[in-house]
Design a protein around this ligand. Sequence first.
Ligand SMILES: CC(C)(COP(=O)(O)OP(=O)(O)OC[C@H]1O[C@@H](n2cnc3c(N)ncnc32)[C@H](O)[C@@H]1OP(=O)(O)O)[C@@H](O)C(=O)NCCC(=O)NCCS
Length: 182
Amino acid sequence: MTRSDPQTRHHRLRPLQIRRARKEDREAIWQIFRAVVARGDTYVFDPNISRRKALAYWLGPKTRCYVALSDQGIVGSYILKANQPGLGSHVANAGFMVSPSARGRGIGRAMAEHCLREARRLSFRAMQFNFVVATNRAALRLWENLGFKIVGKLPGAFRHSRRGFVDVYIMYRRLKAPYNSR
Ligand SMILES: CC(C)(COP(=O)(O)OP(=O)(O)OC[C@H]1O[C@@H](n2cnc3c(N)ncnc32)[C@H](O)[C@@H]1OP(=O)(O)O)[C@@H](O)C(=O)NCCC(=O)NCCS
């Protein structure tokens, strides 16, 4: 079945819960991470990255990691952190991964909405995505629908596993009034 199939389009698999990741979630997170990066079409990570390196990145000390659970178990994970240290730390950065078997059913959108709420709760003033691959239609559509704007284009900055060098977008969205209002 394809995405355009009406049955698929309308089968929204809302996650039952989105919560902070726990130690026992590591294997499920790794399985999703491995499946996503192996395709070499959305993230810069080595498609053959080791479990240790992947988890060290996704569960890093300055990163908040969350998982989305449906009745199928963990179907997605996202991370939220400051995009820069110090004087740039009021801008958040986030990364999202949905299990290939659970795509197109609203998990990504639910995690993104949760992430924006969390970022506001943690007093971030804006959110920046540093590396949105221009061919990643699902991500682009989702971020634009959630109010992110393309603020920059990096020509040929991603070496796509099948399409070769493709552009990358930097996307940005304010969460609060921009200047000097506290
Ligand atoms: C991007 C990603 C997180 C989206 O998660 P998802 O659960 O598949 O997305 P959803 O079902 O919530 O759909 C989100 C939006 O994208 C659109 N979309 C989803 N798949 C799409 C596709 N293949 N083509 C075009 N649009 C698509 C949906 O129409 C939806 O828009 P809507 O909410 O306005 O209807 C997921 O595809 C993923 O993990 N991709 C690999 C990793 C990645 O690209 N991460 C983001 C890096 S910037």
